[in-house]
Design a protein around this ligand. Structure first.
Ligand code: PLP
Length: 434
């Protein structure tokens, strides 16, 4: 009503809050599934949260009661020290164990973070599964050209490695291609490695920091962001980090962090946790083992329901191919399917369009924020839905005298890597100043 009293930034819609991604969350919150009290509710599979290893951190906390009680070495109170601490550069012990150069309060999603808050334009880079969604020089150049046609000054490339939503880690070859590209174009590379600790399969995760070794000309233009939200499953603690060798970037980030410093108590607690090397080693190993097992359960479940997905080795989700369930191979068709999934099947999954995928029919399905029993309920619901969908597709085809569609004849889909045709751009983007 009083929108005209607001600044352009406050009033503009680029935040993405009304995208299907967030609408799905809202619907879930109105009617959440509960195995005891609301068995017909919506199952939340649109949330990339890691709830598989809380017990490990909880037992560590139980054996370290002093930390929550503001005590050091058993007796000395550190309440006053923490109450007064407000250094933008962060808690020294925390920096030491996390090797941080600067802290920031991390927040969700590129559209929301980058477009709305900073006003930057994001130009998606179209990758094709015809080559396994590889990041190619041609795809980078094409996106760069598109940005230029829009009269945007390209500032850098942003990737998520491992990818969200694909669940795949960036290969060494792709990292080399990216580094060559940013050097040639004289721009930055920002690598969001928030899912690095979720890499549970082969090939293993390679950080851009590793790919930079031996290249003298890149360190000032490559920046890594990370947070404790995914590996440790602590999004509520709001802890993130920027790693950069560019002093100007670090200085700017340090200034920015005054608007979102991490509470000193949180820094104190986490510096103790992260410095417990033996615990962290065991935690990482066990967490990856659990993620791998849960991923296997989801992939198998999807297959029994007649849904293939891209072969993946990391992340908290699978990239599921539901193109055969679309009534029309358009984004309208994808939205219709998403609505059916949400309101009829009771599953909140994220449509590819909400991740800027340019091919309708792909959905991100999260697996680490729900119990295995809930996952099984979700798979049963999905299977019933897919069966009914394919039946009605068949009857439609029979009525029109057409042969049955291949997906109906072959109920078990192709192995994940074979079913991944199409293209998706959700995992890397070019950032450009408008
Ligand atoms: C690729 C990526 N980066 C950053 C974030 C933000 O995480 P947080 O703000 O919880 O640290 C997310 C959250 O889903 C993400 O998927």
């Amino acid at each position: 009503m009083h929108k005209n009293l607001l600044s352009r930034k406050a009033a503009c819609d680029s935040h993405g809050q009304d995208s299907s991604y967030f609408l799905g969350w809202e619907e879930y919150e109105k009617n959440p599934y509960d195995p005891n009290t609301n068995t017909s509710g919506i199952i939340q599979m649109g949330l990339a949260e890691n709830q598989l290893s809380f017990d490990l951190i909880e037992s560590w906390l139980e054996s370290h009661p002093n930390l929550a009680g503001f005590k050091r070495d058993g007796t000395a109170s550190i309440f006053r020290e923490l109450a007064l601490f407000q250094d933008y550069r962060g808690f020294p012990a925390f920096k030491k164990y996390h090797t941080l150069r600067s802290f920031y309060h991390n927040s969700d999603r590129f559209d929301r973070d980058l477009k709305w808050r900073t006003g930057v334009e994001i130009v998606p880079i179209q990758c094709s599964s015809s080559n396994g969604f590889e990041i190619t020089k041609a795809a980078l150049e094409e996106a760069y050209g598109r940005a230029k046609k829009l009269h945007l000054g390209v500032k850098g490339v942003l990737i998520t490695n491992p990818s969200n939503p694909l669940g795949t880690s960036t290969t060494r070859h792709e990292l080399d291609t990216l580094l060559d590209f940013v050097v040639a174009r004289d721009i930055h590379l920002v690598s969001d490695e928030i899912y690095s600790g979720t890499s549970f399969g082969s090939p293993g995760f390679i950080s851009v920091a590793e790919a930079m070794i031996g290249r003298g000309n890149v360190s000032h233009r490559v920046h890594i962001v990370n947070s404790l939200s995914k590996d440790l499953g602590l999004p509520g603690f709001r802890v993130g980090a920027i790693y950069s060798r560019n002093d100007y970037v670090v200085a700017a980030a340090t200034k920015m962090s005054s608007f979102g410093m991490i509470s000193s108590h949180t820094q104190y607690l986490l510096s103790e946790l992260l410095s417990d090397k033996e615990f962290m080693r065991k935690y990482t190993e066990e967490n990856k083992r659990r993620l791998k097992e849960r991923h296997r359960q989801l992939v198998k479940g999807l297959q029994t329901a007649g849904v293939g997905c891209l072969r993946s080795n990391a992340g908290l989700y699978c990239w599921a191919d539901m193109r055969h369930l679309l009534e029309s191979k358009t984004f309208e068709g994808e939205r219709e399917l998403w609505k059916k999934m949400l309101y009829e099947v009771g599953l909140n999954i994220s449509p590819g369009s909400s991740c800027h995928c340019n091919e309708p029919g792909w959905f991100r399905v999260c697996f680490a924020n729900i119990s295995v029993d809930t996952l099984n309920v979700a798979i049963r619901r999905l299977k019933t839905f897919v069966d009914s969908c394919l039946c009605s597709q068949d009857s439609g085809r029979l009525l029109r005298g057409l042969p049955l569609c291949p997906s109906r004849k072959r109920r078990i889909p192709l192995p994940p890597h074979e079913s991944s045709v199409g293209s998706c751009n959700g995992h890397l983007e070019i950032c450009a100043g408008g």
